[in-house]
Ligand binder design. Structure first.
Ligand code: NAD
Length: 473
């Protein structure tokens, strides 16, 4: 349903209109941008039920999860931008070193111009509107392409945008890879992409041809470390909640657990009990708190992960329930995981939790980096030496102690990865910066007599002065 057929003209026409208007949008005032954001806020609040329904139709996520992880996050991000926009847009004065006496220095934040936002399906509203809010706050015009996988959501995103924005300020085009390919080969000033690492590489390659800047919000394998001084029950419950929210289809979901060998048995038992409490296996397919995979392909990928792991000696800690036609996979805990298994190497992005063990914290960190730099690392426990080691040595987009993925809720923190898990940051001021050119401004108010000393031909005095400058400034 829903996704309209695009034609080449629609891309060219949209781009032309957005580009022509970019110079006007760039000089809009704080008041004008706040008015746009306020209008978007009103529309989102009015469409809450439709948003919950669209996602339920797309992958049966519970309305409560949608209210918290889509609607609230968008509302929160808009309110944050409205509150701080004046401060963000104000030209900042920065110090000028004494050697440049007679000058003052400033930073102005100018819109990058016409920007492209490509979003994924797993949080279709949040991951479309959150970068859109930053782009509008920074004064850009925007072309938004939501994912074709969540068709009801994509259609509603288009409707919301059309109710709020003129087409030469924000336009939405619906389509899949063919449309995306045409878009990334159009000379946008900036591309903000959220999705898989594989497609992120394609985006960066295409952007290079136009020297467009990029923000890449990608995926990866976010680890959980459990040290031997942990509150086992509390940590296990929090991990089950964080992992199986949205059926594990979260970029920052715990991908795998590294538990200290000395407490492996008790910890696995606690995970099983937490699972039993939150997602009892009886009639789980009728449980409205538990969603579905997005499509049969994603469900078949889970089957492949499980078959491969079991064949290579892994142990299923609870009953395997996979129904590809129904896009249903029951939460699954897998232990005895070894290096050569697919689940030890690929992002899982679904409701399977591999459990590995470690004996030294140095070994645990080395294991984490085998998969590159993760988007998030989650550490549960009270071992001070290990915590310090992890803080100093783990290279990831975020590090959270005694919880998982809570960091993305605070708009004062930068959100994003590092290399394989992403390039650039989003949310709050960091999102505003991502869509802005930070223009350096210098004002010279001293007569230029001083500078003349260095004009050629070079005198003895200028050579002496050069030596003094190198020595003292
Ligand atoms: P995806 O990469 O398949 O698709 C994302 C978007 O890219 C879609 O709009 C799609 O139409 C478009 N696309 C697909 N092929 C393209 C191509 N060849 N050229 C240009 N665009 C193309 O990702 P997905 O399946 O929608 O989402 C899952 C992935 O996204 C996971 O890896 C997950 O970790 C990641 N993700 C990251 C974040 C984050 O904030 N870092 C958030 C959500 C999801």
């Amino acid at each position: 349903m829903g996704n309209e057929v695009f034609d080449q003209d629609s891309v060219a026409n949209s781009f032309r209109a957005l580009k022509a208007n970019a110079i006007h949008q760039n000089v809009t005032s704080v008041k004008q941008r706040k008015a746009l954001l306020q209008k978007l806020l009103t529309e989102i609040l009015a469409k809450q039920t439709e948003i919950e329904q669209a996602i339920f139709l797309d992958f049966k996520r519970s309305p409560l999860e949608t209210k918290m992880s889509e609607i609230w996050l968008i509302v929160k991000e808009i309110k944050f931008a409205i509150r701080y926009l004046n401060n963000w847009m104000t030209i900042k004065n920065v110090p000028t070193p004494a050697v440049f006496f007679g000058n003052s220095s400033h930073i102005q934040f100018q819109a990058k111009g016409v920007v492209l936002i490509i979003s994924p399906w797993n949080f279709p509203f949040n991951l479309s509107f959150s970068p859109l809010i930053s782009a509008i706050a920074a004064g850009n015009t925007v072309l938004l392409k939501p994912s074709e996988m969540a068709t009801h959501s994509a259609q509603l995103i288009k409707e919301i945008v059309e109710n709020v924005f003129e087409k030469n300020v924000v336009n939405v085009l619906l389509g899949g890879r063919e449309l995306a390919t045409q878009l990334i080969n159009t000379p946008f000033n900036h591309i903000f992409f959220t999705g898989s690492t594989a497609v992120g590489k394609i985006i960066m390659g295409a952007a290079a041809k136009n020297l467009a800047s990029v923000t890449l919000e990608l995926g990866g394998k976010s680890p959980v470390i459990i040290d031997e001084k942990v509150n086992i029950k509390s940590a296990a419950e929090n991990i089950i909640f964080s992992k199986f929210y949205n059926n594990g289809q979260i970029c920052i979901a715990p991908d795998f657990v590294l538990v200290h060998k000395s407490i492996e048995k008790e910890f696995v038992e606690a995970l099983k009990q937490a699972l039993q409490k939150m997602y009892p296996p009886e009639k789980l397919s009728d449980n409205t708190n538990y969603g579905r995979l997005v499509n049969e392909k994603a469900t078949a990928a889970m089957q492949r992960f499980v078959d491969d792991a079991i064949e290579k000696g892994a142990k299923a800690e609870n009953k395997i329930q996979i129904d590809i036609a129904q896009k249903f996979v029951a939460p699954l805990l897998i232990s005895n995981v070894t290096d050569e298994m697919l689940i030890a190497n690929e992002e899982i992005f679904g409701p399977i939790l591999p459990i590995e063990t470690y004996t030294t914290i140095e070994g645990a960190v080395a294991r984490i980096h085998k998969n590159g730099k993760p988007l998030g690392t989650y550490y549960y426990g009270a071992n001070k030496t290990s915590k310090r080691y992890v803080t100093e040595n783990v290279q990831s987009g975020a590090l959270v102690f005694n919880q998982a993925h809570i960091h993305h809720l605070n708009s004062n923190l930068p959100f994003g990865g590092s290399n394989q898990s992403g390039i650039g940051k989003s949310h709050g001021y960091f999102g505003f910066l991502e869509f802005s050119n930070q223009k350096a401004i210098v004002k010279t108010w001293w007569p230029l007599e001083m500078a003349k000393i260095f004009y050629p031909p070079h005198s003895k005095l200028s050579k002496k002065l050069a030596k003094i400058i190198v020595k003292y400034f």
